[in-house]
Design a binder for this molecule. Structure first.
Ligand code: GLU
Length: 301
């Protein structure tokens, strides 16, 4: 169906689901189901050094335990590399990418401004953008960024605008270790899976303009975006998967209900009666309202 709503949850299998990722799972689920749409699960296991064997199974079991029923089979990025190769070939053909021979220390020496944390902290100074300098070998592939404002309307955060040339510069889409970067894979997968709404943690708000730039270069549609509250520690740091206070109860039914209540509260949905998770989600759906989702982070003490 042309107008079908399709949402997704796209965890990296770097550990079991924790409160922060449960919020992203429940939020993306509620968005999709409230619109009568489908909800897919995609395991983002491209970053193989960080992938933990068995974590994918644990995540899927946890979703099941929390009543989050997905559509179709979960997809694994590691099995989809031909799609990323094809996208890279298209980008090469249109001159949108270039080979880069710079190492991290080259970039540091070039004195790039330290900015966007998830760009590796550096704005690319353009060293290889007009061809590899003599003596340098291709390491990574970078996407060429123009000086232009990329803007989108986030359903939670409102208007977001960014000039990528001053935030990241030309950014990496295939890394020196041969792995496709998250930015490319996520854009290809979202388009290929016909995702119409990307609902995820607010740590990725600032990645979105890069993803939109790639969508435009590849001729893809831009989905709707909604970035959800992050669960952070008292010091503001993103709560990690190893943080024991946030690990999810596995067996005890009452504690599952309590944790789901907590996740729903973070999404602005109060007073859902403790019950079986599926029932709780059903009740949450009747009360789900985008306007009630807080813009700020949820601080866990
Ligand atoms: N795999 C990413 C993560 O676990 C999420 C990517 C996304 O939702 O776009 O943080």
């Amino acid at each position: 169906m042309a107008n079908e709503i399709v949402g997704r949850f796209a965890p990296a299998p770097t550990g079991p689901l924790h409160l922060g990722s449960l919020v992203a799972a429940v939020g993306s689920y509620l968005f999709a189901r409230a619109a009568g749409g489908r909800w897919l699960v995609r395991i983002e296991d491209l970053d193989t050094p960080r992938a933990v064997p068995g974590a994918d199974g644990e995540i899927l079991e946890a979703l099941d335990r929390y009543g989050l029923v997905w559509d179709g089979d979960p997809q694994y990025q590691s099995r989809r590399t031909p799609l990323y190769d094809a996208a890279l070939a298209l980008l090469r053909a249109s001159g949108s990418v270039f080979d880069c021979g710079c190492s991290r220390s080259d970039l540091q020496r070039a004195g790039s401004a330290p900015l966007a944390a998830d760009s590796g902290g550096l704005v690319y100074p353009g060293t290889c953008r007009h061809g590899l300098p003599a003596g340098k070998e291709a390491r990574a592939v970078r996407f060429r960024v123009d000086r232009e404002i990329i803007a989108f309307d986030d359903l939670v955060h409102g208007r977001v605008e960014e000039d990528l040339s001053s935030i990241t510069g030309d950014f990496v889409i295939k890394r020196a270790d041969g792995q496709f970067a998250y930015q490319l894979a996520v854009v290809v997968d979202d388009a290929e899976q016909s995702i119409t709404q990307v609902v995820r943690g607010a740590d990725l708000l600032r990645s979105t303009p890069r993803q939109i730039a790639l969508q435009r270069a590849l001729g893809y549609r831009t989905p709707q975006y909604a970035h959800l509250p992050l669960v952070v520690g008292a010091d503001g740091s993103k709560a990690g998967k190893r943080d024991r206070a946030l690990s999810l109860p596995t067996l005890d039914r009452d504690r599952v209900a309590a944790t789901l209540t907590r996740a729903l509260r973070i999404l602005g949905i109060e007073r859902v009666r403790p019950a079986e998770p599926a029932e709780m989600l059903q009740e949450a759906l009747t009360r789900f309202a985008v306007e009630s989702i807080p813009r700020g982070n949820a601080v866990i003490r």
